[in-house]
Design a protein. Structure first.
Length: 141
């Protein structure tokens, strides 16, 4: 077994994952980052996208809607707004939510609701991108 680090993923709803990993790939605000054991410490915001955790035995794939990523030499902490396993993404419901957000934005609603609809639209677009990447990697039918 190679070097490992401790990884904790927590969402607003509950703890999601706690264990060892050989690598973590996260959707940082300025682009995807890869984190290996002994990585230099840093803190960054996450955007919506796929979070991959390579354990010694498997690769766990999660969708995060945003949050924070803290990296220490032997520990990674992900504080996600919302998260779900990528194999639990319902593509049809995601497409419906995307279309509803687009329709709402086209209706010229109030500014407060527009910001919420834009955020919802951005999250649904990223979910669909994750579904497409998984399909290309052969991890989704």
């Amino acid at each position: 077994m190679g070097m490992v680090m401790r990884v904790d993923v927590v969402s607003l709803e509950s703890p999601i994952y706690s264990g060892e990993a050989e690598m973590v790939f996260a959707p940082a605000e300025l682009g995807e980052v890869g984190i290996a054991p002994r990585h230099a410490p840093f803190l960054t915001r996450l955007k919506a996208g796929e979070l991959r955790i390579q354990t010694p035995t498997e690769t766990l794939s999660l969708f995060v809607s945003g949050g924070l990523l803290e990296v220490q030499p032997h520990q990674v902490m992900v504080l996600a707004n919302r998260t779900m396993r990528t194999d639990e993404i319902d593509e049809a419901k995601t497409r419906e939510a995307k279309q509803a957000a687009e329709a709402f934005l086209a209706s010229n609603a109030e500014a407060v609701d527009v910001a919420r609809a834009e955020a919802e639209l951005a999250e649904m677009v990223e979910r669909l991108k994750v579904v497409d990447r998984l399909r290309k990697r052969g991890q989704l039918r």
